[in-house]
Write a protein that binds this ligand. Structure first.
Ligand code: SF4
Length: 364
């Protein structure tokens, strides 16, 4: 079994991505079988615990307050609501609940304390708990780890170069710093990106360089196909082709052999045959539930039907890593520090983000 390599170059990755498709698929499937059970797929349920009203300007995101989209915002959910949803997810075959909040960064205080309680509650249901809450300090990462967090998601989104064409309210280095803070704990890292935002193939390879040269590599890498939402700066992007998706999944599998490659947003635009090809190419995780934060996703029953047809089994929780212990708030080693970290705010002008913002002003 080959060990993960941490010095991939863009040229090497492009060479893999551009191989004749049958060779690429064969190589990816071979790597996949060496490191994973090809008939097991991890199923996560993504839960938007706080929707909309986000101050960031991510060009793909309908939750950014500055754009006019048709999503309904909501305040932070209660622990009871989250527990009920987690139990439903568990009953339908999910081993992990991923909670997303539309925040720029985590702020110490009541709301973060409430999220910590959600983490404790879901961990006690014997499910893996993941959070995606924006930028995070080291102390906050440690508090989440103590509460029993299994994974933290923080996507790099694209290559460092193309990132600047999509987001102006924070820098690529902030993403890496947050991932570094998570790595100072025993929480696993989930980090990937989106294809179909108008980036070049070189940018896709650049993102995979950034992820694969992390040491250790992320335990989970979500590959999203852009869902172009009306009102966002990327509303006119054409859907990404299934061939691009398969190539991206296969290349990710080859450069990060031990990682769980997650088929994320954009599955509703794919046929079952297309998804089957992605599983063959090394995808071994999906998000379940009828919504991915705010964009559509296949119905969970349809997914289970697809699993049965393809002979796939949902992965049991804590197969890759032991269940973290939950430390109750009163026994916690870490206190809220009320930190005001200096996350960057480049604020360069991205024309299409500016245009979408102006358009929203005329509508509102
Ligand atoms: S992707 Fe996250 S940080 Fe960016 S606008 Fe959407 S909710 Fe905010």
């Amino acid at each position: 079994m080959t060990a993960a390599k941490h010095n991939w170059t863009k040229e090497e990755i492009l060479k893999i991505y551009n191989k004749p498709l049958m060779e690429l698929l064969y190589e990816a499937a071979t790597v996949h079988r060496l490191h994973h059970d090809p008939n097991t797929v991890q199923v996560s349920t993504l839960l938007s615990i706080k929707t909309g009203g986000c101050p960031e300007d991510c060009g793909y995101c309908p939750q950014a307050a500055r754009y006019h989209t048709h999503i309904e915002g909501n305040d932070l959910m209660s622990v009871t609501q989250v527990k009920a949803q987690a139990l439903r997810a568990k009953a339908s075959g999910s081993s992990r609940v991923c909670m997303g909040a539309a925040w720029r960064n985590v702020k110490d205080g009541e709301e973060f304390d409430q999220v910590l309680e959600m983490v404790r509650t879901i961990n006690k249901l014997d499910m893996e708990v993941c959070c995606t809450l924006g930028m995070l300090t080291e102390n906050q990462a440690k508090r989440l780890a103590e509460a029993g967090l299994y994974a933290y998601n923080h996507n790099l989104d694209s290559s460092e170069e193309y990132y600047k064409e999509v987001i102006s309210t924070r820098g690529f280095e902030d993403r890496l710093e947050t991932i570094g803070n998570v790595r100072k704990t025993n929480v696993t890292v989930c980090s990937g990106g989106i294809i179909g935002m108008g980036e070049k193939t070189e940018d896709r390879a650049g993102m995979l360089v950034a992820l694969s040269t992390l040491n250790p590599q992320p335990e989970s890498v979500p590959i999203n196909a852009l869902v172009a939402v009306e009102g966002t700066p990327l509303e006119d992007q054409k859907p990404v082709s299934i061939w691009d998706m398969v190539r991206m999944v296969a290349t990710t599998r080859i450069v990060m052999p031990e990682t769980q490659v997650r088929l994320s947003a954009g599955r509703t635009q794919m046929t079952r045959e297309g998804q089957a090809m992605c599983f063959f190419a090394g995808a071994n995780s999906i998000f379940a539930g009828d919504k991915l934060l705010t964009t559509p996703n296949p119905d969970v029953n349809e997914d289970m039907e697809m699993f049965e047809m393809l002979g796939l089994n949902p992965q049991k929780p804590f197969i890759k890593k032991m269940q973290p212990e939950t430390v109750e708030a009163k026994d916690s080693e870490y206190a809220a520090l009320g930190e005001k970290p200096k996350w960057s705010r480049p604020e360069h002008t991205i024309d299409r983000n500016e245009a979408a913002k102006q358009k929203a002003k005329t509508i509102k």
